[in-house]
Design a binder for this molecule. Structure first.
Ligand SMILES: C[S@@+](CC[C@H](N)C(=O)[O-])C[C@H]1O[C@@H](n2cnc3c(N)ncnc32)[C@H](O)[C@@H]1O
Length: 219
């Protein structure tokens, strides 16, 4: 595993600056990873009328695929702390005339969530998954047994050095907490049951899904 600066937890102002800079080009940068998004959203097993929390929704790149599954009677709650990313999400919603999307511009740990949702998506939101309070706030607003899917970067096995080169470069560019790239999903996993774990990019990307377990171990 490469040696990287160790930080105790995510750095909110660094994350805001990171995504303020990236907001304009973000959608183009993510184009290569759309198959992972499709896999993640398919794993949510959403049906018509369901409500999903899109945690760290960014520019709303997941909204189209979510809308296809939820339909008009469903609801998306997009939570995003970076105003520039959220502005792009808002534009996307307005252009598509989606009337069933609530956008909450706030850190995930304190975002007001006015529902008990059927599912939650954490798509490439490493910093959020390293914050106990953020996981608590989201899981407190899920129905028992709700489906939860998380994806993101992780260290591949050491011999997969090309994958780890990519993970290191991508992490330096997109997250502010690097110490936990070995098991970035561990805090969330403790709160879920029926966990299924998959990987892509030679192990450098994880796709974890499970069910919200009210008896799960809090930090
Ligand atoms: C790599 S982007 C992923 C965006 C989106 N999920 C997607 O699939 O394209 C990470 C997003 O998480 C947001 N973020 C990071 N920390 C956050 C926090 N504590 N609360 C809410 N949003 C956060 C960033 O501003 C950024 O938009």
């Amino acid at each position: 595993m490469p040696i990287l600066p160790r930080r105790r937890g995510p750095d909110r102002s660094a994350a805001l600056a990171q995504y303020r800079r990236r907001a304009r080009f973000y959608d183009q940068e993510l184009a290569l990873f759309e198959p992972i998004r499709e896999q993640a959203i398919a794993s949510l097993n959403l049906g018509p009328g369901a409500t999903v929390l899109d945690v760290g929704c960014g520019t709303g790149l997941s909204f189209g695929l979510l809308e296809q599954r939820l339909g008009r009677d469903g609801r998306i709650v997009g939570i995003e702390q970076c105003p520039e990313m959220m502005a792009n999400a808002r534009t996307r919603v307005q252009r598509a005339h989606w009337h069933n999307v609530d956008l909450v511009c706030a850190p995930a740990a304190v975002a007001p969530i006015a529902t008990q949702a059927d599912a939650a998506l954490f798509h490439f939101v490493h910093d959020i998954l390293r914050e106990d309070a953020a996981i608590d706030n989201v899981l407190d607003h899920l129905k028992p047994g709700a489906c939860v899917v998380a994806t993101g970067l992780q260290w591949a096995p050491p011999w997969m050095w090309p994958a780890n080169g990519f993970v290191m470069a991508a992490a330096l560019y997109s997250v502010t907490e690097l110490a936990s790239l070995g098991q970035p999903w561990d805090k969330l996993r403790r709160r879920l049951r029926d966990v299924v774990f998959d990987t892509a990019l030679l192990g450098g990307i994880y796709i974890l899904s499970g069910r919200c377990d009210p008896a799960g171990t809090k930090h």
